[in-house]
Design a protein around this ligand. Structure first.
Ligand code: ADP
Ligand code: MG
Ligand code: MG
Length: 246
């Protein structure tokens, strides 16, 4: 599904990712942890496609194709989704219209016919019901005046609606109360079908109690310095990162 080889990424000539390697196979859930500033968001954003980050060398293959060559919209069309730490606000654009546009853009890429206003309303209402999200989120402007929890709900709604093959969550669990966290993890778990893969960037074990990761990685100074299974999360909770970052 995803193969990252010796990835180097710079921002304004500062090396942020330093020969990073990661393999994510079909259906796998990978958790990425690590101290602040270790490059987790840079990795996530580079995969989603951002102009701020210069890939200076290395390779990223996604479903056999060179991901780095694709524009962000093409990546979304190919099935990469990223839930941002700080979701975008779009005044004056209704959330339902925004979601319909996003879904139809991806359907076009998949050579599926677009959903009209009525079909989309049925489609998105089933997702709203599935996630137990208040329906008034659809009629408001995209993320404008949304609480932190509502923004996360909206992000997860978008993810569930787009049905991506690779879902990247960057600290989506930060600052969530237990009900919002359950909504996020329920969204992830309903998408899990053995064929979708997940990269979950987090600081906390909490989210990983609900979404069992197959692999846990720790980043430090722009690369993965330790990989293991869930027991690595326990060890970090108990001992912190000091033993990995010396
Ligand atoms: P993490 O998500 O692990 O906390 P980040 O990927 O956000 O780490 O940041 C890694 C390093 O890259 C930090 O030192 C940060 O200051 C730097 N960095 C990230 N994005 C930018 C940017 N747009 N401009 C300048 N420096 C950046
Ligand atoms: Mg951070
Ligand atoms: Mg970050």
């Amino acid at each position: 599904m995803l193969s990252i080889k010796d990835l180097n990424v710079s921002v304004k000539n500062n090396v942020i990712l330093n020969r990073l390697n990661l393999e994510v196979k079909l259906g796998e859930v990978h958790a990425i942890m690590g101290p602040n500033g270790s490059g987790k968001s840079t990795l996530a954003t580079t995969l989603a496609g951002s102009e701020d980050y210069d890939v200076t060398s290395g390779q990223v293959l996604f479903k056999g194709c060179n991901l780095l060559e694709l524009e962000p919209e093409e990546r979304a069309g190919k099935g990469v989704f990223m839930a941002f730490q700080y979701p975008l606000e779009i005044p004056g654009v209704s959330n339902q219209f925004f979601l319909q546009t996003a879904v139809n853009a991806v359907r076009k890429y998949r050579k599926q016919s677009p959903l009209d206003r009525f079909d989309f309303a049925d489609f998105i209402n089933t997702k709203i019901a599935l996630l137990h999200i208040p329906a008034d989120l659809l009629t408001r402007s995209v993320n404008v005046g949304f609480s932190g929890g509502e923004k996360k709900s909206n992000d997860i709604l978008q993810m569930v609606a787009l049905e991506p093959d690779l879902c990247i969550l960057d600290e989506t669990d930060s600052g969530l109360d237990i009900d919002a966290l359950k909504m996020v993890t329920h969204g992830v778990n309903t998408l899990q079908n053995g064929e979708r893969s997940f990269i979950i960037v987090t600081h906390y074990q909490r989210i990983l109690d609900y979404i069992q990761p197959d692999y846990v990685h720790v980043m430090n100074q722009g690369r993965i310095v330790q990989s293991g299974d869930f027991s690595l999360v326990k060890k970090i909770e108990e001992q912190g990162y000091g033993w990995l970052t010396k």
